[in-house]
Ligand binder design. Structure first.
Ligand code: PEP
Ligand code: CO
Length: 458
């Protein structure tokens, strides 16, 4: 076997990586520039996330991964980042409370730009143009110039990722994430909602518990977890030229780490066993994830696991299932049993977004809340009945009050979609819908906890 290098993928078939840059020399020059830029994350942080995910694989923690379908240059604003951070923290509080276990928080953020598209072209009013492929490749505006891939966008995406990460680090450790502030994390626009009322109830219980612990000598000073948090970054490792440029040898371990994010995932469209993306991900030491859609067969999955996690290391590989609400029951049991029989250690996570997209009569891509919830619930039930841990969830969401997914407690109706439909790609849960889901999952996790204690007691 030849030794892996970060450029190995260039010899292999690669899907969804644009090759139609008008100036390929310029692209190569920009990739070389990026390879001299500072890393966005440290190898030690990626190793710590792998340990945290190892705990998820063992059923000791729960994974919450979420963020925009696609980050954009236009929506880049500190308030948007704060709102995303805030809703992730609220969800994590609710889930920790229900699961009675730590929650590992991972954003689809600080690098989630490039998108695989189902069609290479977009047609509007009889005009055909290349599809929008993410702000690090081309522009969303529907005109010929904007849709031409421009390598300078990679530099802008790097810059935006760096400042996003800087703010997230400040939010995580600079006092904002202090558990004593949990009451204040409620977003203005959902202040009167049912989810907010339930959230405040959980906060009251946590505050009581913290006062009790303080009286026992456990304070934010003695326990830093009470005043700061860990939020890790992730994105789909799609544009391998960029990922290669960000991949460096870590001086501590002498191993290759992709320093563009803590965790990278392989999309459902680029997980070919002998393809470029699987080869690239097989060589980096970061924790990685892979999307599993309805076309994933158990044999393929086992071969992919062997290639991506040959040492069967806990926390290295997360399988993000995205079958669709009506297909989980058909596909998940076979995959779960195959993994179990082969003795593979993985984190099982559920993306209830990508298998539940539909188009309304008026032409909006949307996702019904009931189907999203239905997929999560079936995912959890299937794994629980196989005696496996439904380890995590993966959402496309925002802290903004958008109207992109229909349904939820403050029901977004089909006719509301046009009022605040801001996504650059797929429809996202708004903050209230995201929190509602966190409550429903939390209740499910609590019911498993109660059932397990009863089982132990009998
Ligand atoms: C995504 O997560 O945005 C995505 C494209 O998902 P999938 O690879 O599952 O289609
Ligand atoms: Co998406």
């Amino acid at each position: 076997m030849t030794k892996w290098t970060p450029s190995n993928w260039r010899k292999l078939p690669a899907k969804h990586i644009p090759t139609d840059y008008p100036d390929l020399d310029k692209l190569a020059e920009i990739e070389a520039t990026l390879s001299g830029y500072p890393p966005l994350v440290f190898a030690g942080e990626a190793r710590r996330l792998k340990q945290r995910l190892g705990a998820v694989a063992r059923g000791e923690s729960f994974l919450l991964q979420g963020g925009d379908c696609a980050e954009s240059f236009r929506e880049f604003h500190p308030d948007n980042l704060r709102d995303m951070f805030r809703v992730l923290m609220q969800m994590a509080v609710v889930l920790t409370y229900g699961a009675g276990k730590p929650v590992v928080k991972v954003g689809r953020i600080a690098g989630q730009f490039g998108k695989p598209r189902s069609s290479a072209v977009e047609v509007r009013d009889g005009v055909e143009l290349p599809s929008y492929r993410g702000d690090n490749i081309n522009g969303m505006d529907f005109n010929e110039k904007s849709r031409i891939p421009n390598p300078k966008r990679l530099l802008k995406a790097y810059g935006q990722s760096a400042s996003t990460l800087n703010l997230l680090r400040a939010f995580s450790t600079g006092g904002y994430a202090d558990l004593r502030n949990i009451h204040d994390w409620t977003l203005g626009f959902v202040a009167g909602s049912e989810q907010t009322r339930k959230y405040q109830e959980v906060c009251d219980k946590i505050s009581d518990a913290m006062e009790f612990m303080q009286a026992c000598g456990v304070t934010a000073e003695t326990t830093p977890q009470m005043s700061s948090t860990e939020l890790y970054t992730s994105h789909e490792g799609l544009l391998l030229g960029y990922e290669q440029a960000m991949t460096r040898i870590d001086s501590t371990s002498g191993r290759w780490y992709d320093t563009s994010a803590h965790l990278l995932w392989i999309g459902d469209r680029t997980r070919q066993l002998d393809g470029a993306h699987v080869d690239f991900m097989s060589g980096i030491e970061n924790p990685i994830a892979m999307k599993c859609g309805p076309t994933m067969e158990p044999d393929d999955l086992l071969r992919l696991c062997d290639k991506l996690n040959p040492a069967n290391e806990a926390g290295r590989l997360t399988l993000i299932c995205r079958f669709g609400h009506d297909k989980v029951g058909q596909h998940l049991p076979n995959l779960a049993r195959a993994i179990e029989r082969a003795g593979k250690t993985v984190v099982w996570s559920c993306d209830p977004m990508h298998g539940n997209t539909l188009k309304t009569a008026s032409g909006y891509k949307t996702r019904p809340f009931d189907r999203i919830m239905g997929e999560v619930k079936s995912f959890m039930d299937v794994l629980h009945s196989e005696n496996l841990w439904p380890g995590g969830v993966h959402f496309e969401m925002t802290g903004q009050n958008v109207t992109e997914c229909i349904g939820g407690a403050i029901a977004v109706r089909e006719e509301d979609l046009s009022s605040r439909y801001h996504t650059h790609c797929d429809p996202r849960l708004n903050a209230d819908q995201a929190l509602e889901l966190a409550f429903l999952i939390s209740e499910q996790l609590r019911s498993y906890r109660v059932a397990n204690s009863a089982r132990l007691a009998s």
